[in-house]
Design a protein around this ligand. Sequence first.
Ligand SMILES: [Zn+2]
Length: 190
Amino acid sequence: MTIKHIALSFGYVEDNALGWVFFSKEPGFKTPIEALEDLALGLLRAYDENLFYEKTLGDCCKETQAVMPGAKLCAKCGHRFGPEELWDVEQFEYWLRGLVRGTCDSLGMTFDDNLGWDPWAGPPLGHPLEEILLVSQPAERFLVKALNPETVPDRCRLALIQWWEDSLRGWPDRDREAFIAECNEQKFNW
Ligand SMILES: [Zn+2]
C-alpha cells in the first residue's frame, strides 16, 4: 500500500464543513499514519509561516508595546507577542477548519514548499482508491493527534503534551498509540 493522497473533512457536528480538502505528495507513504503525520507537520509549518514568523510588528503593535509593556497581544490587530504565546492547539484547529473556505490560490500559497504537499480543488480522480486516505470529520482533531510530540518544533511540544494529558483525562484509552492503530486501519473514531 502506498498513500499518496489525503482527503480531509473538517468540523464537528453543526460545524462539519460541506466540502473536503485534498492534498497529494509523491512518492507517497508506506502507512497512513506516516502520511498523516507528515501532512500535519507541513500544515503546522504553514500555519507558523503564514500567521507568525512572517508577520512583522505593525505600527499598532509597536504602539501597544509602548503603552503596555508586557502586553501579550496587540490591542488593535490581535497579533500575539512572545514565543510562549506562539502555539495553541485550539487556535491551530480553528485555522485548520478554515482551510475548507479557502481557494486553490490561497491553499497553494499557504502550502508552497511545506513538506511538498500539493493542495487540489477536487478529489484525486483517476488514482487507485488504495492510494487515498480519507480522514473523516473532525479532521483538525485527527491532524493534531497525528503530530508527534517528539518531532514538532520545540515551542509546540509542551502545549501538545499538555493537550494529550487533558484529553486522556476524559478518554483514558484513547492515547496516541490507539490513534496510530486506528489511523493505520483507516478508521477515525471521534
Ligand atoms: Zn498590531
